[in-house]
Ligand binder design. Structure first.
Ligand code: MCA
Ligand code: AMP
Length: 489
């Protein structure tokens, strides 16, 4: 049952006054907003979208995106963050599926033709308006975040307001995260990691965030050496830090002085863990989450960081491992592998317009099937050992469905057949490999051609990094492509 939710941002609503008003809230490069300024700017934008059913947000890594999302949340209007690098096919799908009534964008953004029919509201970060009274029910939708599955186009996960507050408060407990913390991050703002944890998190605590616009080891070092206390990143970012550390004493000093270094979105390889620990004396902690569940587990600030482990369930999260037939695994033996299932206030409510997929995602007793396979150590620590679906690739921390890329590749005239797999990559975790049967064996398509094609249709991070030309794809009697024969052949 839904009840009236307390304010998502107590530091903004009611409008801050006194010393609270002048506290820094957001910084993007040279631009910054105090809590009073953010309340006024978000209030002004909220006033312009009040009657909308759902709003799209052109989620560039800029101040306008943070103001737009806060405005939508204050107005009680669900926000749909759009990857500003989305290709035409991906964008058309998200727009027709989520049917936003307008798009919030930075004044200087060039919007693609796919958005042409939509009313545009420019976000003015200097505008001033009253903060609306936050009177939404905690089950009301707050965000619709698109996430890839194994086949077909991305699905919109509907995230309710209670999931935001539950996950952020659970992390505050686990990480001793307070309004005194200053976060630095350079994550994209159209996914949960960068947006929910990395922007809404500090704002819920009354603390501040400095966004780098684009991640760099120099930027992270600069901010941690000048007052930032926490760093959030995906493993690719920590890998780049580990690579840079030996020749960069400023970076080593910055990490050594941080209160908390947090990695998530994919597994951080033990080698990178160890290199960072050796160079800085500090251990990165991992937390485990998903667009549909927000955060499920974490190593606690006062817990033991353990390379390869994602810690213990967060407060309020029920977590179990189950066998193939659904039997729960009780053993905490570090060996028995099962699928992670979770239940709690942190969960999404549904996939937009996809009752079939929503029903399939939950068990009869309301647990969400994550598809991640794990073991639990004797002290309860969860260690993720793989995932059920081989057709899901994690590259740079982005989840990418093989089927979606295969469909896009098949639309290229030079491609007769296509199969997509992931292979180990030291920087990206996994890189996307396209196995292609060319339409004309004498003129097989080049990597660049196919990469541009996929980037333009879907998104640049979904582009293949390797193309392998083959005469035929191995298929079983049913005609299904045997991907293991490709990768192990
Ligand atoms: C390259 N580019 C292209 C093409 N090739 N553009 C168009 N067509 C092409 N053919 C562009 C890219 O868009 C990019 O532009 C630039 O060239 C470099 O591309 P790339 O090499 O792919 O980027 P990178 O520098 O290697 O990126 C690494 C990264 C990135 C910064 C780590 O992967 C990243 O930001 N990952 C974060 C993913 C994330 O936040 N996942 C959270 C979801 P430009 O440089 O301008 O961009 S998971 C989640 O939310 C759950 C809840 C969780 O647990 O956290
Ligand atoms: P997404 O669907 O993009 O939200 O990504 C969620 C997936 O990222 C999860 O199902 C996991 O497979 C993976 N993931 C997130 N955090 C971690 C972590 N710390 N270690 C390993 N995998 C992770």
């Amino acid at each position: 049952m839904s009840s009236l939710s307390p304010a998502l941002f107590p530091a903004l609503s009611p409008a801050p006054s006194g010393a609270r008003a002048d506290r820094p809230a957001l910084r993007f490069g040279e631009r910054s907003l105090t809590y009073a300024e953010l309340a006024a700017a978000a209030g002004a934008t909220a006033g312009r979208i009040g009657a909308a059913g759902r709003v799209a947000v052109w989620a560039t890594p800029a101040m306008e995106t943070a103001v737009a999302v806060v405005a939508a949340l204050l107005a009680g209007v669900p926000a749909v963050p759009l990857n500003p690098k989305s290709g035409d096919k991906e964008l058309a799908h998200i727009l027709s599926d989520s049917e936003p009534s307008l798009v919030l964008a930075p004044p200087d953004a060039q919007l693609p033709p796919a958005l042409g029919a939509l009313e545009r509201v420019d976000v003015d970060v200097d505008a001033r308006g009253p903060v609306p009274e936050d009177r939404r029910a905690d089950g009301d939708p707050a965000l619709v975040v698109y996430t890839s599955g194994t086949t077909g186009p991305p699905k919109g996960a509907v995230i309710p307001r209670r999931a935001l507050s539950a996950t952020l408060d659970a992390l505050a407990d686990a990480w001793r995260w307070t309004g005194d913390d200053v976060l630095v991050q350079g994550l994209p703002l159209f996914h949960v990691h960068g947006l929910v944890l990395g922007i809404l998190g500090p704002l819920r605590r009354g603390g501040s965030v400095r966004h780098l616009g684009r991640f760099s080891t120099e930027g992270a070092a600069r901010e941690l050496n000048s007052g930032a206390t926490m760093l959030f990143g995906v493993p690719t970012m920590y890998h780049r830090i580990a690579e840079t550390l030996p020749g960069d004493p400023e970076l080593a000093k910055a990490l050594a002085g941080a209160r908390l270094l947090v990695s998530g979105s994919a597994a951080l390889p033990v080698h990178d863990h160890e290199r960072i620990a050796a160079a800085t004396g500090r251990r990165v902690i991992e937390r485990y989450g998903m667009t549909e569940t927000l955060m499920n587990t974490s190593v606690r600030a006062d817990g033991e960081p353990r390379a390869g482990a994602v810690g213990v369930p967060l407060p309020g999260v029920e977590l179990r491992l189950v066998e193939e037939d659904g039997t729960p695994i009780a053993a905490l033996d570090g060996e028995s592998v099962g699928e992670i299932q979770v239940r709690g206030p942190n969960l999404f409510t549904e996939y937009l317009n996809r009752p079939d997929a929503t029903a399939a995602a939950f068990t009869g007793d309301g647990f969400f099937r994550t598809g991640d396979m794990a073991v639990r150590d004797p002290d309860g620590y969860v260690r993720i050992v793989g995932r059920k679906a081989t057709d899901l690739i994690k590259s740079g921390g982005y989840k990418i469905g093989a089927g979606e890329i295969e469909n896009a590749l098949l639309e290229h005239p030079s491609v007769r057949e296509a199969a997509v797999t992931g292979e180990a990559d030291p920087d990206l975790g996994e890189r996307i490999v396209a196995w292609i049967v060319p339409a004309d064996p004498a003129a097989p398509p080049a990597l660049e051609t196919l990469a541009d094609h996929v980037a333009g249709r879907l998104a640049p991070h979904k582009r293949p990094r390797v193309v392998r030309h083959v005469d035929a794809l191995p298929r079983n009697d049913m005609g299904k492509i045997m991907k293991r024969a490709l990768t192990h052949g």
